[in-house]
Design a protein around this ligand. Structure first.
Ligand code: F6R
Length: 601
């Protein structure tokens, strides 16, 4: 989703353009359809430079580093309202060229606001919802309102979830507002910084000023005032030291962050093991879970992790859990009489709008607890869940989730073993074995995966099948291939394939089938249904002679535990997708049209 960063210094800084560019690189996982900066100087002048494209591309063309100033804004767009274009890029200015604003999020009544503003004589240049902010505040200021009142009234008018910043060239002060989208402030020596991304703030200072929804912060380089935007009462809040590591974001020696993050998987699992095995974190949760049914939700990759998690919880600890898509939660809970269920939300970013909506619906209908399985603990979900299960993967930069998916499912595995009553030392042993086996599988299959990548590179469509436990693995494998290979690849339960899709099979139609050895009783029959119609079977399986013999290509994972096999199979699908992306010349870190954090409906 979009992101912005803004900083005010106590004097002109000739590096302003470079500072903004660096912050933009930090934000670039949030959007890369367009990039723009606004830089203000002491002569009450400002420049806006913006265009379609990533920070790198736009900076190359517009050379941000040439602009010095005492306050500046950078905004990165992930297009929702209005195509990626120079005119739709942010920041936007008002009609007179005095005010500038940038936003992140979604303004859902954009069309009616545009109409109203146009009728009032405003010259709206773009189709982008962000342009509403600057004109609507300008409108109230023109009517003689104070800046605070203008912001308050605009906040009431603007519907949706968003955060924005607003600057006046005639004042050293800036204003930022939070409503349902992330926003962080930080105070340094001679500057204050505000951004939709915590790490972008941490790059400059670890003195973080937490902001809540319905709050605005008015700030210059040294002072700030936080207010409740409805009552306008000021709120005393001092900066807190934050010790999160903003980890220097270099991908070297890897060619992409996706590759780097895949390579970090064994270490991140180990950190997860250490954290959960050495703490009593899960005990508290056990008491909550014994009180009501567990509903799990998450979007995209996190949904697939949730689905695999339900298999683990069910098979290992005998718990009956439900998994729903976040957008279904409202309908699912509305009519249910039992109000005691608990909701486990799975989210890497902790900011996904669909999941936040699910939490709101859940809180309306249930008295149970919200448990957040979250990677970014400084996120809205991280800060508002009743219990947190951190996935301890460190920041993930590449848009496709890899290491965070693996830690989500490993955490489900640990949780299931714990709820079954396994001793901590047994869980510890099992996870250590999993790490060993995962590393070995990566090494053993590397050549095979490269040669498979060569074979699949020209394919535009195929299917990937899984049976029961491996069905979520097929779904996640297909999601990765779509995302970074632009392949039309559909995942299905292998039993369902014969109920229609089998009609697609013709000579050399490729099917990837992920199967445990135990399930071969069924999957061999599914293999035969496809092979007799001249399709090609590429199986990813536990060691098994029959599966090997019956597949055109077989990739064996030497792992006896089915649950661990399922986890490793997705790890190999991540590697395969990356290999195909490289061969196709696709930058896997920034797949077209998608963004790391989806903060819109
Ligand atoms: C795909 C991917 C997305 C996210 C989804 C939810 O690789 O990353 O499908 O999983 O947008 O995001 P989070 O987990 O941040 O809620």
């Amino acid at each position: 989703m979009c992101g912005f960063f803004t900083i005010v210094f106590n004097k002109e800084n000739r590096n302003m353009g470079s500072i903004l560019k660096n912050a933009g690189e930090r934000l670039s996982y949030r959007g890369y359809d367009s990039t723009g900066i606004a830089v203000f100087n002491e002569n009450e002048k400002f420049i806006i430079r913006k265009d379609k494209g990533s920070v790198e591309k736009v900076d190359k063309k517009l050379k941000f580093s040439q602009y010095g100033g005492y306050k500046g804004i950078i905004q990165l767009r992930w297009a929702t309202y209005g195509k990626p274009s120079k005119i739709n890029a942010q920041p936007h200015k008002d009609c007179t060229g005095r005010y500038v604003s940038a936003h992140n999020g979604n303004i859902i009544n954009v069309h009616s606001l545009f109409e109203k503003l146009k009728k009032a004589g405003h010259r709206i240049k773009s189709e982008n919802d962000g342009e509403v902010v600057v004109h609507i505040i300008e409108d109230y200021l023109n009517k003689g309102k104070s800046l605070n009142d203008a912001v308050k009234l605009s906040y009431k008018d603007i519907k949706g979830d968003y955060a924005f910043c607003f600057a006046d060239k005639k004042s050293r002060k800036m204003i930022a507002v939070k409503k349902g989208s992330s926003l962080f402030a930080g105070k340094g020596n001679g500057f204050i910084v505000v951004s939709s991304d915590l790490y972008a703030v941490l790059d400059h200072t670890n003195k973080i000023i937490p902001l809540k929804d319905s709050e605005m912060i008015e700030f210059d380089s040294d002072d700030y005032t936080i207010r409740n935007i409805i009552s306008m009462e000021s709120i005393k809040r001092s900066p807190e030291n934050n010790f999160l590591n903003p980890c220097i974001m270099y991908k070297r020696p890897y060619d992409s962050f996706m590759e780097k993050e895949i390579s970090e998987v064994p270490t991140k699992i180990d950190l997860l093991r250490e954290y959960y095995v050495s703490s009593n974190h899960l005990n508290k949760l056990k008491r909550t879970l014994s009180k009501g049914k567990l509903i799990i939700t998450g979007s995209g990759t996190s949904y697939n992790a949730s689905l695999l998690g339900t298999y683990f919880l069910n098979r290992i600890s005998g718990i009956d859990v439900a998994v729903h898509l976040p957008s279904d939660i409202n309908d699912r809970l509305k009519y249910v009489r039992d109000k005691s269920s608990n909701l486990l939300v799975v989210s890497q970013s902790g900011e996904t709008k669909d999941v936040k909506n699910a939490i709101d619906s859940f809180r309306n209908y249930s008295k149970g607890k919200v448990i957040g399985m979250i990677n970014n603990l400084a996120s809205t979900m991280g800060m508002t869940s009743d219990y947190i299960l951190p996935t301890i993967s460190d920041m993930e930069i590449s848009v496709p989730a890899t290491k965070t998916f693996i830690n989500q499912v490993v955490l489900f595995y640990i949780l299931s073993l714990f709820l079954k009553g396994e001793s901590k030392s047994n869980i510890d042993k099992k996870i250590k074995l999993l790490i060993k086996s995962l590393k070995k599988a990566k090494k053993d299959t590397d050549e095979q995966l490269s040669s498979l990548a060569n074979k699949l590179i020209k394919r535009d469509f195929m299917h990937i099948l899984g049976y029961s436990l491996t069905y979520p693995c097929a779904k996640e494998g297909a999601l990765k291939m779509k995302e970074v290979n632009y392949m039309n690849i559909e995942a299905m339960h292998s039993s369902e394939f014969k109920h229609g899709p089998l009609a697609l099979i013709k000579r050399k139609y490729p099917i990837i089938l992920i199967t445990t050895a135990k399930d071969k009783h069924y999957t061999l029959s599914h293999i035969n249904e496809i092979q007799t119609r001249n399709g090609i079977i590429i199986s990813i399986s536990q060691k098994d002679k029959d599966i090997e013999k019956n597949s055109d290509i077989n990739i064996t994972i030497n792992e006896k535990d089915e649950n661990c096999f399922a986890i490793i199979s997705v790890y190999l699908m991540q590697i395969l997708s990356l290999k195909i992306a490289y061969k196709k010349g696709i930058n896997p870190d920034q797949p077209r049209n998608i963004s790391k954090t989806i903060t819109v409906d």
